[in-house]
Design a protein. Sequence first.
Length: 457
Amino acid sequence: MKKIKKINSISTKLGLLFSGIFVVLLLILGFILYGVFINIFGDYVKQDLLVRGNNHAKVLEGQFNEATIEHVIRMEIGATTKVLITNPNQSVIGSSVPLDEDMKNHLLPKGKLLKKGLLLESDWKHHDYIISVSPIGKNEGYVYMYYPSYIIREIVVVLNLLILIASLGVVLLAFGFIGILSKRLTKPLLIMKDATNRMSLGRYQQEIPVKGDDEIAQLGRTIQSLGEQLQYFEDSRNDFLAGVSHELRTPLTYIKGYSDILMKGMYQSSEEQKQYLQIINNEAKRISILVNDLFEMSKLQVNEFILDCEYSNINQIIEKVITNLKPEIWKKGIKINSNLHEIPLIRIDPKRMEQVLYNLVENAMKYTQQGEILISSYKEKGFIKLKVKDTGIGIPKSELTKIFDRFYRVEHSRARMTGGTGLGLYVVKQIVKAHEGEITVESQENEGSTFTITLKI
């Protein structure tokens, strides 16, 4: 099993792939260089042989006598090349070596005339010699030059051996370097694989050591960031489920308890009965708010959040929200005021924008014990600005960047006190974002908060 895993590992596969490509390229390059070298060397030998034969023929031309013939033969004695001189009838009149069968078989037929030197045999693989012939003067005779083929064959054998040894050395070095490089390349990937395996088991926060800024390093940082986000969402979900279960348990306990009292007639007056019914009604509202927030979030999650836009007067929407919430706000002993400037009609979904303002004003109302809530609207540099300002308990500076996150609540005790689920501001931000707008917040603890919505005209 370990051997199979090792073969199937990405480092082994990469090493084999790169090594295979390298070996193929090395073989192709080796064959090309081998062929080029052999052809160049063979051509050099043939050309040199023909030139030497022509030079001897020129020496003998006009001085075709025994002394000159002897001089030419002496020049080739002890040399690699061999020389043979014949008369016009191809009878041998001088030679630097004794004739063998291959030499005799390549003599020109009697009576054949040549105007210039040429190669009679160039196939060094299957014949004993490379042979050239050069005419002396005007049919005075011929100079035959011989180059032993075994020399070329020995050179080729040595060359093959050198190429083989060099290739083996290069291949071994290449395999070593490629193996090291493939392991170094795949090590971060294997670390990421192990990290994702641990993440699949629920251990989301993983530290992935990466260096540089290449694609692998970016992938490692992305996986690490993903794990942190998953951990955050897991913690948020657990907190949310705990909060929702508490929020549901409390009102359901009240509803069940007081409905049992009413069913059994365990009340002493109609006033007490109304009080119990009011408690049941309030708790039912809390459940309704919770369910509505969950419903809105579920639509956002499955991309079913669709805007029905039309040109609307946003000041009218603000006035409607103020009118509807004013009685409840006054009950808390706080004020709600508006500072609305004349602004043009803008293309929005009026119901969704009304939902945004309701959430923001209700949020301000929950956390404001005294003072006022002020809603403003005005035009600024081609944008419409809406502000909801309160004089409430404010938000800690460290929490400002998180309040629009899903399920997030500044304090659990605050959520239990106000019935919050941590979804209201998340829904607000998504609605504003769907309108291609932006929402920001400024806050000071014990001084209040200001939410600002910016919309394009």
